[in-house]
Design a protein around this ligand. Sequence first.
Ligand SMILES: Cc1cc2nc3c(=O)[nH]c(=O)nc-3n(C[C@H](O)[C@H](O)[C@H](O)COP(=O)(O)OP(=O)(O)OC[C@H]3O[C@@H](n4cnc5c(N)ncnc54)[C@H](O)[C@@H]3O)c2cc1C
Length: 377
Amino acid sequence: MSDVYEIETAVIGAGAVGLACARALAMTGREVVVLERAGAIGTETSSRNSEVIHAGIYYPAGSLKARACVEGRRLLHAYLEAHRLPYRQCGKFIVATDEAQAEALPAIAARARENGVEGTEEIDAVRAVKAEPQLSCLAALHSPVTGILDSHAYMLSLQGEFEDHGGVIAFHAEAEAIEVCSPGFVIQVGGDAPMRLHAREVVNAAGLHAPALGHRIEGLDPAFVPAAHFAKGSYFALSGRAPFSRLIYPAPEQAGLGIHLTLDMGGQARFGPDVEWVEPGADGGLDYSVDPARGEIFYEAIRRYWPALPAGALVPAYAGIRPKLQNPGEPPRDFCISGPDEHGLAGLVNLFGIESPGLTASLSLADYVVARLDEEY
Ligand SMILES: Cc1cc2nc3c(=O)[nH]c(=O)nc-3n(C[C@H](O)[C@H](O)[C@H](O)COP(=O)(O)OP(=O)(O)OC[C@H]3O[C@@H](n4cnc5c(N)ncnc54)[C@H](O)[C@@H]3O)c2cc1C
């Protein structure tokens, strides 16, 4: 074991949110090292999602999810434009396929207005079907500011800017344990080149594993580490041409946004994600395989708004896992970004429960993390 190396700021995790935090911190002039246990950026949740730039419609007014999504979308849009990265503001329909859902649409529209989302409009079935002839619905909400992006191109750009500002990413470098060592922290790094790092600041952006790492921060009161729950979402790709030009979402359900249609930047359609609560295996690993038998649920859900879905057209694609803070059946929880004013450890910020819309919100969350660290100096 070598000596303790001194660094200023460590960010743990090179997903979209960790990279956005690392970039923002490096741009303040800090010397930042990202510790990533995988061999590449964005190999977990950040590459296993819908790649939708969310408008910010659904989240409770005033919640961090609502604020960070709306602000993050605007920042992301400007970022993608300025860096000429692939994205498309294709818009989306939230569709009601029964009376109960139709009655719920005005409340969703009102929440969008409360959250400051631009342009959301209730439309009747005639207008919806004129715009999307293959659609079947009773009514819809049109969100013109929703879009899609190439999440990997975005993360590569964040990495490039981070490195341009002197940042370094250490791959195959797992943060195994952290000790509080006033001032700062000593991080035990495992993997290819085990070492001990002393950092004045630590940002725990370990995604699904952030609570587990939180419990390995010696000196952090476990009361400030929420329980982790995992909700898998599987996707099926559509073989053949995409039937819609916009994203099509059913009215939202409790733990997810319903089995929706999204498009990738190549114009290919995929459906998902569904919701399946899962537990890690004995080795802590999570199972990302897609069970072809779940296709049955997909056909049924999709045919409510696209009756012409041909039999045999869905192909198992991939799955992502949502880092949830609530148990199945409990109300959704907000993002939990816990800084020194809560847990009392100067220089430490933990990001817990960064599920959707974390990709959209990433630039806003990064600014928030910098502000939380700057508060104390
Ligand atoms: C099914 C699904 C669909 C979604 N759809 C959307 C969407 O359309 N739009 C949207 O805005 N958001 C969406 N999201 C949410 C979005 O994908 C996430 O909020 C975002 O990717 C989280 O990024 P992250 O950097 O926090 O986590 P991650 O991408 O999971 O990155 C965490 C990183 O930490 C590393 N790590 C973990 N432990 C350690 C350790 N001890 N030491 C070192 N490294 C470690 C991991 O290897 C990983 O690379 C979706 C999420 C899911 C699951």
